[in-house]
Design a protein around this ligand. Structure first.
Ligand code: NAD
Length: 439
């Protein structure tokens, strides 16, 4: 592959440890899927790192290598999994209970999944109200619990012999909360850990422990977690990448496909009503108004940023946007979403679009977890630190530098991701200008 490094990329040597708070539907579908792909039992559909190509140079050059051949990524064979949960179920038992993958497939990967026994979790029922479990750390204060997590991370590193680690939050959605005084500086945050400050969420204790151990952190849920100055500073100080929040799957994925199209054609929007039924444990947790509020915030922000009503008042001023999630146990992980979109065209004539998406949440989320693990490891080996905006592609509420609005349009996000990879390898960025073909 003719590539010239633009940034120094350390090789992907040795094993890559993946540490996951939350051994539930998403994380077990991800791990079981990796084991299945390794055994040739299925293909990693939905994963850019495994399936996508990247065009290099001019359209006439015919250079489109696979991303995995273009940048040095860890191999699936080199991934080693570990994690924490408030329940004692092994990853195999948790996967059976989640009911996403068929038992026949799970039984073929039973051995590696059964060997993953969740470590004791840092948990606070005030932050996830609908569940309670026995596998929880006891300690005098949050700092002591953070130190226990650090000990877990270091013993995982020693026992598995991994050369690098990534943490990715696949735990339940915590209740909505805003940054407060304790989150402002690392010193105030550490003082808060020692004093058991109720404003510090369990996910923030994990993120703190990971960063202190030199491990990057990705956030798959809408929780505030690393979106606070104290942890952003810690990541930069330790030269570690961060990314989040909330995996972009089902309905929001559809929104970020369709809204840019409507705007591209200057079609107006009067309203967008989205409702879902979902019956897995995630749905049960989201049935609590506090956890739903976290989700609602990330789901609602998308349309405003894409449609920019301040620039296009005739088209998008005051459109109505409603998002509902209904917990309905019979559906399990097989979510069903309905969207009713009221749009208008030429001379204001109204039209409607209806979407009925019968999706499988964890089937859509698993490849995102894989890509984030591999790209965060790549970022780490490139010395990229702090918020990784090029990974916005994967998130409903992408983290951005303070004062910068997030890019939600999935096509802009994809271009940003691929151009970042080109930049890493010293290839020309692709602008799609293309005038040179007509000279
Ligand atoms: N599936 C998707 O498409 C999707 C999309 C976006 C975001 N998410 C988010 O990803 C997360 C995981 O989703 P899921 O469907 O796997 O949910 P799940 O309920 O099946 O799994 C979450 C697991 O986290 C555990 N947990 C809760 N608090 C914990 C803590 N403090 N420490 C350790 N473990 C803890 C729970 O016991 C549970 O086993 C949720 O926050 C969900 O909102 C999922």
């Amino acid at each position: 592959m003719p590539t010239k490094d633009n940034v120094r990329i350390a090789p992907a040597e040795g094993k890559l440890g993946v540490l996951i708070p939350g051994i539930g539907a998403v994380s077990t579908t991800f791990m079981a899927g990796v084991e299945a792909v390794k055994r040739g039992l299925g293909k990693p559909i939905g994963s850019l790192t495994q399936m996508a190509t990247i065009r290099l140079g001019k359209r006439t050059e015919g250079r489109s290598p696979y991303i995995k051949d273009f940048v040095p990524l860890a191999k699936l064979d080199d991934l080693v999994f570990g994690g924490w949960d408030i329940f004692e179920d092994t990853a195999y038992e948790a996967a059976v209970k989640a009911g996403v993958l068929e038992r026949g497939l799970l039984d073929q990967v039973k051995e590696p999944l059964s060997s993953l026994k969740p470590m004791k979790a840092v948990f606070d029922h005030e932050y996830v109200k609908r569940i309670n479990g026995p596998n929880v750390k006891q300690g005098a204060n949050l700092m002591e619990k953070a130190e226990m997590l650090m000990a877990d991370i270091e013993s995982f590193r020693r026992n598995t012999g991994v050369s690098r680690l990534i943490t990715i939050w696949c735990g339940s959605t915590e209740v909505f909360h805003r940054p407060s005084a304790v989150h402002q500086t690392l010193a105030s945050f550490e003082e808060g850990l020692r004093k058991n400050d109720p404003e510090i969420a369990p996910s923030q204790v994990y993120a703190y422990a990971a960063l202190k151990c030199g491990v990057p952190f990705a956030n798959g849920a809408p929780n505030l977690t690393t979106d606070i100055p104290a942890l952003l500073d810690l990541a930069r100080e330790r030269q570690l990448p961060l990314c989040g929040k909330d995996f972009k799957t089902g309905q929001t994925f559809m929104k970020t496909l369709i809204a840019p199209g409507l705007k591209a054609r200057m079609l107006g929007l009067q309203g967008w009503y989205s409702t879902n039924i979902l019956g897995n444990r995630d749905g049960e947790v989201l049935d609590d108004p506090g956890s739903f509020k976290s989700k609602e915030e990330t789901k609602l922000s998308v349309l405003d940023h894409i449609l920019q009503p301040q620039l296009y008042p005739d088209l998008y001023k005051d459109f109505s946007h409603v998002v509902r999630i209904n917990y309905y146990p019979p559906r399990g992980d097989a979510k069903e979403g309905w969207d009713n979109i009221d749009i208008f065209g030429w001379l204001g004539y109204p039209m409607q679009i209806k979407i009925n998406f019968l999706c499988r949440d964890s089937i859509l989320a698993a490849p995102i977890v894989l890509d984030l693990v591999l790209f965060m490891d790549l970022a780490q080996r490139c010395g990229m630190k702090g918020i990784q905006e090029w990974l916005s592609f994967y998130f409903k509420a992408p983290m951005t530098a303070p004062g910068l609005y997030p890019e939600h349009d999935i096509f802009i996000q994809l271009m940003k991701l691929k151009n970042t990879l080109r930049w890493m390898r010293g290839e020309d960025l692709i602008t799609h200008l293309g005038l040179e073909y007509y000279d």
